[in-house]
Design a protein around this ligand. Structure first.
Ligand SMILES: *Cc1c(COP(=O)(O)O)cnc(C)c1O
Length: 437
């Protein structure tokens, strides 16, 4: 990046942005404030208030010695990665700003961005799992994640042990001990404890604090990673509860407008560095344009998630008492005391993605879905617009019936992601659609 400002006026041109101000008078600045400027210095870009999109495949070195030093970082000869920009498979200005800002939300030391949530999750797992290792994971997981572990990593000798979301400390101790002895028998180790909370589409929560205690007691040194797509970054902060790495599909709430696909991970540098090294080799970094879109999205993520959360609370209060509704899978109305306890310790809000159980089965759900006029019939979640879908016949169609029964994915379950429309309009739409059931 050439510093275009007259050198006479800026005697010490900088390549890196000024260290961002993170506090005022000893008071730490909140993420929503930092989203407007953190990690970007307009002086480095002709004074442009917003970061330009840097469409380039490579970056000019200031000297040959600097080029050598950068490659020492890239190749791992020196700890800590490159000190400057080198080549766009490794990083770029838009991605670096985005990674700095994503780290702010989770209180993480470092973050990495990817071309999709699944790229993030696959590269994360590949960075940690060696032949003969075991991955322990909560269930259910996002279907593609479950498939990657069971059908792809298995080809390289990696096996898995899973446990139901909501498992207690005693159950977790048993699962981790079993995984540890399975790994020892194979001559490997437990490579990772991988969680997803709340689980899709049941909204079952994982007790991250209990997982951390069980890990410390049974498998010291084994990283705990968690997919925080459904409640993060606003309503759940898993690093505060003992997770080491958070993973996101940025496609959902963070992107928030159903107009891009991207992913990320965040955590301490010691956990992130091996993943960065593999991303440098494989590629899979988010592109500069999508990174720029995500910077815009991050400026409003708090507003959007708050509004969507308020809407979901109003819509669910209406649906709960409706005669054609059998029940709700909404974190604002938890029936199970164990789940409520996990919620109280881990969650800052109930979010806006939930399940509604319609009295009847597939036919009644389809009648409801086909008569919605504001809500769109689509999979995905976390956008500004309300979406509705039928998991049993759509996202989870290929799941065997026995496993569907086990996970509670019934034919009368409709999945809803509430957007930021007017809540009364949404309630009116749900009310008229239910009349057609
Ligand atoms: C969508 C999603 C993913 C996958 O993300 P993509 O961006 O579609 O690759 C992973 N986990 C959860 C919980 C998701 O909802």
């Amino acid at each position: 990046m050439t510093d275009a400002v007259d050198a006479a006026q800026t005697p010490t041109p900088r390549r890196k942005p000024k260290p961002a101000r993170r506090e005022i008078g000893g008071r730490p600045l909140k993420p929503s404030t930092l989203m407007m400027g953190h990690g970007f210095d307009p002086v480095l870009s002709e004074g442009s208030l917003k970061a330009p999109i840097f469409l380039t495949s490579t970056f000019a070195f200031e000297s040959a010695a600097a080029g050598k030093r950068h490659f020492e970082g890239i190749t791992g000869l020196r700890e800590g990665g490159a000190e400057g920009l080198v080549y766009s498979r490794f990083n770029g200005p838009n991605q670096e700003i985005l990674e700095d800002r994503l780290a702010v939300w989770d209180g993480a030391e470092d973050a990495l961005t990817f071309s999709s949530g699944m790229t993030a999750i696959c590269i994360l797992m590949m960075a940690y799992a060696n032949q003969n290792d075991v991955i322990v994971h909560s269930g259910p997981l996002y279907a593609a994640t479950e498939g990657f572990v069971a059908k792809v990593l298995s080809r390289f000798g990696v096996t898995y042990v899973d446990f139901p979301a909501g498992a207690t400390r005693e159950e977790l101790d048993e699962v981790l001990a079993r995984a540890g002895s399975e790994a020892a028998q194979k001559g490997g180790k437990v490579a990772m404890i991988y969680l997803e909370s709340p689980a899709n589409p049941t909204n079952a929560l994982v007790d991250v604090e209990a997982v951390r205690a069980a890990r410390d007691a049974n498998l010291a040194g084994c990283p705990i990673a968690i997919d925080n797509t459904f409640l993060g970054p606003l309503w759940s902060r898993p690093l505060d509860h003992g997770a080491d790495i958070v993973a996101y599909s940025l496609t959902k709430y963070v992107g928030g407008h159903s107009d891009l696909v991207a992913g990320s991970i965040a955590g301490a540098k010691t956990w992130i560095n091996p993943v960065r090294a593999l991303r440098n080799t494989m590629g899979g970094i988010v592109d500069p344009h999508t990174a720029w879109m995500l910077l815009r999205s991050l400026e409003t993520v708090e507003l959007r998630m708050q509004r969507a959360g308020e809407n979901a609370a109003k819509v669910c209060a209406f649906l709960r008492d409706h005669p054609k509704v059998e029940g709700l899978g909404y974190l604002g109305f938890i029936a199970d005391p164990r789940q409520q306890d996990i919620y109280d310790r881990h969650c800052l809000g109930a979010g806006s993605t939930f399940s509604v159980f319609i009295k009847g089965g597939e036919a009644e759900c389809f009648a409801f879905l086909d008569n919605l006029t504001i809500a769109k019939l689509a999979v995905s979640l976390g956008g500004t617009e309300t979406l509705a879908s039928h998991p049993a016949s759509m996202t989870h169609l290929s799941v065997p019936q026995a496993r569907k029964d086990l996970l509670g994915i019934t034919d009368n379950l409709v999945r809803i992601s509430v957007g930021i429309e007017d809540a009364d309009d949404l309630i009116a739409d749900f009310a008229q659609a239910l009349e057609h059931v």
